[in-house]
Design a protein around this ligand. Structure first.
Ligand SMILES: Nc1ncnc2c1ncn2[C@@H]1O[C@H](COP(=O)(O)OP(=O)(O)OP(=O)(O)O)[C@@H](O)[C@H]1O
Length: 256
């Protein structure tokens, strides 16, 4: 894999003038329009914005699941534009964790076997102690042998979180991780995300429509029409307490 050192060490992910155009000709849609932003290591960023503002596109380009049409995306010091598809897949496997709204667990496997999967995919030996520790970290050590169907939605998302973190990724991308959960279980998952940032200096980038979910982050970035329209930094004592502040920024953005 080609490695470069363009990214300042402090940034886990950096976009420079990133542009993404879907389709061509009359059908062309500019989903990301000259976006430059850094995601410092050990921080939790929420990405919000109206429907169609480019949140998923930003996440997909930043995670190497899609390629920017122009500009540069650097993850863990590696310029994604310099990688071929194989190297991008390797980078995603080794450096990036994902959690999705739909959990995406394998129904026939136990919680422990689901958590082991990324290690197996990387062709590495699975350490039962590490799997146990990963499940312990999300409070599910006692549920290691349960299948997803025997777990609540919140517990399934916590297994997905343990699976995403077992490879100690440089960055964890979360796409509406609480979208399918009720208020109580959402809170458990958000506290867990907050905890891995605070305790393990994990970098988390989360797309959400929910101001309450966004209020667990250090920073909320608002997109509109493919551009960064606004940002708010939340100090530790402002967090959780200000979903209404975030909601009012969103309302202003949607009205403008
Ligand atoms: N594969 C695609 N082909 C064509 N247009 C696309 C494609 N993917 C996204 N778009 C368009 O790009 C723009 C940004 O889409 P994107 O999904 O990134 O927005 P979003 O903010 O995540 O939206 P939502 O909140 O509704 O999920 C939209 O206008 C969308 O229709």
């Amino acid at each position: 894999m080609t490695t470069t050192t363009q990214a300042p060490a402090a940034e886990a992910v950096q976009l420079w003038s990133a542009r993404k155009v879907h389709g061509a000709g009359d059908q062309a849609v500019t989903a990301l329009d000259d976006v430059s932003i850094g995601f410092p290591r050990g921080t939790f960023t929420a990405i919000m914005g109206p429907s169609g503002s480019g949140k998923s596109t930003l996440l997909q380009c930043a995670a190497g699941l899609d390629t920017a049409t122009a500009g540069k995306v650097v993850v863990a010091g590696v310029d994604l534009g310099e990688l071929d598809e194989n190297d991008r897949t390797t980078l995603r496997r080794d450096k990036i964790g994902f959690v999705f709204q739909a959990f995406n667990l394998v129904a026939s496997l136990t919680a422990a076997q689901n958590v082991e999967l990324p290690v197996r995919f990387a062709g590495k030996r699975v350490s039962p102690a590490e799997v146990k520790a990963a499940l312990g970290e999300v409070g599910l050590a006692e549920r290691a042998h349960h299948r997803p169907g025997e777990l609540s939605g919140g517990q399934q998302q916590r297994v997905a979180l343990a699976r995403a973190l077992i490879t100690r990724p440089e960055v964890l991308f979360a796409d509406e991780p609480t979208g399918a959960l009720d208020t109580t279980t959402s809170r458990e998952v958000l506290l867990m995300l907050r905890g891995i940032v605070d305790r393990h200096a994990q970098t988390v980038i989360m797309v959400t429509h929910d101001p309450v979910a966004a209020s667990y982050a250090d920073r909320v970035v608002f997109l509109k029409d493919g551009r960064i329209a606004d940002q708010i930094a939340l100090s530790p004592h402002q967090r959780h307490a200000h979903p209404s502040l975030i909601a009012s920024h969103m309302a202003k953005l949607e009205a403008s």
